[in-house]
Ligand binder design. Structure first.
Ligand SMILES: Nc1ncnc2c1ncn2[C@@H]1O[C@H](COP(=O)(O)OP(=O)(O)OP(=O)(O)O)[C@@H](O)[C@H]1O
Ligand SMILES: [Mg+2]
Length: 231
């Protein structure tokens, strides 16, 4: 179980998150929705240990990891796929994968990545920065996958991709969830997110304005949140 309790966060004194409570239960997909600037990326940064909250707690399996480093959170199975992908452009595909794998199990990790995304197999020696946008996104997901994470935090993984690729990526996310990994999914395609999510949180101006199952979310109220952003 991954929990954020009463999280407040700020940048240079400007408050961005105001008392956010969010739970990612085991083997579940949690969608995190909300208009631009709502604080979704900031919340994932707090969840991965990159940004320390000004108040509140980050609890993984009952353990308070609020002051843990991002590295230690990785050891607890928390894996962040950031906005803009977080791969190393000047390294090859293979080296990007090897950096995430356990020593002595590098080949296993590469095979696992190729099993999920065969296209990466044809491009192992290519520099990651020269991959197409979609391939870079696959690599970013594969890097998370080879770590056998328990909780994956995904920030707009479908951004800028053609619908067919988005389908492929969502199929992969579905597979990941079915194999017992929990996902916290920030997604611009609201309908897609609602289709895969077991639970959904709607964030607006740093506060949770809805938490529940997708079927409980009223479409008009949702549209209102997006349209009314910033007012
Ligand atoms: N490094 C930073 N320094 C100062 N302010 C920041 C920083 N990063 C984000 N902010 C501000 O915090 C607020 C929340 O930003 P955040 O990136 O979390 O929103 P978001 O919900 O992910 O939006 P989007 O849908 O556009 O990605 C915004 O007002 C943004 O301008
Ligand atoms: Mg964002």
């Amino acid at each position: 179980m991954f929990e954020l309790r009463g999280i407040h966060a700020a940048y240079a004194g400007t408050k961005v998150l105001r008392g956010v409570d969010l739970v990612v239960p085991p083997s579940s997909v949690v969608g995190l929705l909300g208009p631009n600037g709502a604080g979704k990326t900031t919340l994932l940064r707090v969840a991965s240990g990159l940004l320390k909250p000004t108040a509140g707690q980050l609890v993984v399996d009952g353990k308070d990891l609020t002051s843990a480093s991002p590295h230690r959170l990785v050891d607890h199975g928390v894996c962040h796929v950031p906005e803009g992908r977080g791969i190393f452009p000047s390294l090859t595909v293979r080296d990007n994968l090897l950096l995430q794998s356990v020593k002595g199990k590098e080949n296993e990790a590469a095979e696992k990545a190729v099993g999920a995304f065969p296209r990466l197999g044809e491009r192992m020696s290519q520099l990651a920065g020269t991959l197409s946008g979609g391939e870079q996104q696959m690599l970013a997901l594969a890097r998370a996958y080879v770590q056998n994470p328990r909780f994956v935090l995904l920030d707009e993984v479908s951004m800028g991709l053609a619908p067919k690729l988005v389908d492929e990526i969502f199929e992969f996310l579905d597979l990941l969830a079915k194999t017992g990994t929990s996902l916290l999914l920030v997604e611009q395609y609201v309908t897609r997110a609602l289709a895969v999510a077991d639970y959904v949180y709607l964030l607006n101006r740093g506060e949770v304005v809805f938490a529940g199952e997708p079927c409980e979310l009223d479409a008009d109220a949702l549209a209102e949140q997006y349209v009314g952003a910033g007012h």
